[in-house]
Design a binder for this molecule. Sequence first.
Ligand SMILES: *Cc1c(COP(=O)(O)O)cnc(C)c1O
Length: 387
Amino acid sequence: MGRVLRPASLVVHLGRPPVVAGGPLNPPIVLSSTYHQGGDVVYGRDDNATWQALEDAVGTLEGGAALAFASGLGAISAVLETLPTPGRVVVASDAYSGTRRWLIDAARRGRLRFRTVDAADTGKVLAVCAEVADGPTRPSGRVGALGGGGLLWLEAPTNPMLVIPDLEALCLGAHALGMDVAVDNTFATPLLQTPLALGADVVVHSATKFLAGHSDVLAGLVCSDQPEVMEAMRIRRSLHGASLGPFEAWLTLRGLRTLALRLERSQASAGLLAERLVAHPRVTTVRYPGLRSHPGHALALRQMRGFGAVVSFDVAGGAPAAEAVARTTVLITAGTSLGGVESLIERRGRWQGEEGLPEGLLRLSVGIEDVEDLWADLSAALDSPRS
Ligand SMILES: *Cc1c(COP(=O)(O)O)cnc(C)c1O
């Protein structure tokens, strides 16, 4: 295709086999651990043609290359395990709980040290980075593939406080201190934000969420535009055995085909629901970057191409009231995860590691149902005497 396609067209057409008369339109699911010797593909833990189709697609969307992993946390582990020992990490204080659990576990074993910081406060983040980094300038030759001078781990927006870190300023500042920057882009997807273009060294995804989009697969991706980083990730994937099943790769690519359409609907609905929640008497706080009242709204307008489909809000009455709302909705499923075609709700504070969150915080992942049905369900639950 000679013309430069826009992302909504790219998601439909990337990762397809070459055009051959009589050939398939879709990549086949290659179910083989074993290959005839003498070729490029040697063994199923290291390589697979169905992964490659998915990796080509997501790598292109992120502006680099991509590698598929067995889950989002598998991808995150690969990045963090690339750090030299002892690793030094600065992490957004409300980054995904699984990432923080990983860091706590690794710190206990003496593998690394980490500091948490409010990612919305650029000055504070860089002050903490300065304490953690070991050099005033980014070494021209890296110590190892990634994080030799320390690693800043960001999530944009964060899960579930929807904090918007200033990616461009933080990448510039961290690089000046000799640190590398990783961004978890799960909430935004490459359609709404491309962190590599803003200076990030590596991007991770839980493809389980919006990329696959149908709550039927676990998958992860690591992306970078630096060949030495990708090579290190390829080695980690094989050593950890964090290989994605070929069918899961195919399902993820299949889900990606409708990403633009799903996001368009979901985020339009999320914006409308956020506005209505603001006006609801039982709701005390609404966090959605599309709201003008959100502290990161102006920044989100600048660094994102949309505000996403996750809203978090606090219900008056704390944990019991919020739990009751999540139990009362019918169309909106109570359960953990996000980014699927079905709307999901849960009280995040019920999880270990999320104790610092507001007690009555509900995270709502807006699906593609009719927005009026969603609001009828949500407002009925908020108005219900049971909740
Ligand atoms: C779910 C999630 C992960 C973990 O991904 P899995 O596919 O569940 O392993 C990582 N980061 C964010 C932001 C997530 O929402």
